[in-house]
Design a protein around this ligand. Structure first.
Ligand code: GDP
Ligand code: MG
Length: 187
């Protein structure tokens, strides 16, 4: 029986039909809130400051649609936009491309990531889902990126689009991460 389990998991792991694991990668400009969102998802808390040069992978046991899944989150920290993308391109089961709604530069930065992913998606795994994620919704009064502009970019690149805040409620943040898991199961 033990042997069967091992074979099954290795087969499913390769074809990735119904993965009990999901690798999420957060991309985006520095300061957009990738680390804050990662920490929020993992701990339900907002922690304002951490090392901005940390590029790390966290793991969490979750249950999405009643199916247990090990979610791994790679919180990247590119200083120069999409460079060294090989480190996550084939690893990822889904991408969260993050910008800050109060920062137009971060939104432009997102589009560089989306272009990189679009180029890669043709050659590797055609349906790796991508979520365009506007963060810092609590800063709505300083908004520089309209929802309609973000929606237009999302539809151009075939991604989903959400807005959240890492320092407001936990559930909307969890919902976005869970949606990424859900989409990766369908891919
Ligand atoms: P990263 O470089 O993308 O990892 O960004 P960080 O997670 O380090 O966040 C950059 C800065 O924005 C920090 O000072 C955070 O406290 C702040 N921040 C992150 N998320 C939010 C948010 O949702 N709302 C507000 N107001 N600040 C945030
Ligand atoms: Mg960070």
């Amino acid at each position: 029986l033990g042997g069967t389990t091992v074979i099954m998991s290795s087969v499913f792991g390769k074809v990735n039909r119904c993965p009990a694991e999901c690798n999420l990668v957060l991309l985006g400009a520095m300061g957009s809130g990738k680390s804050a969102l990662t920490v929020k998802f993992l701990t339900r808390r907002f922690i304002g400051e951490y090392d901005p040069y940390l590029d790390d992978i966290y793991s969490s046991e979750e249950v999405v649609d009643r199916q247990p899944v090990t979610v791994r989150v790679m919180d990247t920290c590119d200083k120069e936009g999409p460079v060294n993308s090989e480190r996550y391109l084939s690893w990822a089961n889904a991408f969260l491309v993050v910008y800050s709604i109060d920062n137009m530069e971060s939104f432009k930065g997102c589009q560089l990531y989306l272009q990189t992913l679009a180029l890669n998606n043709k050659t590797f795994s055609p349906q790796t889902p991508i979520i365009l994620l506007g963060n810092k919704l609590d800063m709505d009064r300083y908004r520089q990126v309209s929802q309609s502009d973000a929606r237009a970019v999302a539809s151009r690149f075939g991604c989903l689009f959400f807005e959240v805040s890492a320092c407001l409620d936990f559930l909307p943040v969890q919902r976005v991460f869970y949606e990424a898991v859900r989409r990766s199961r369908q891919a």
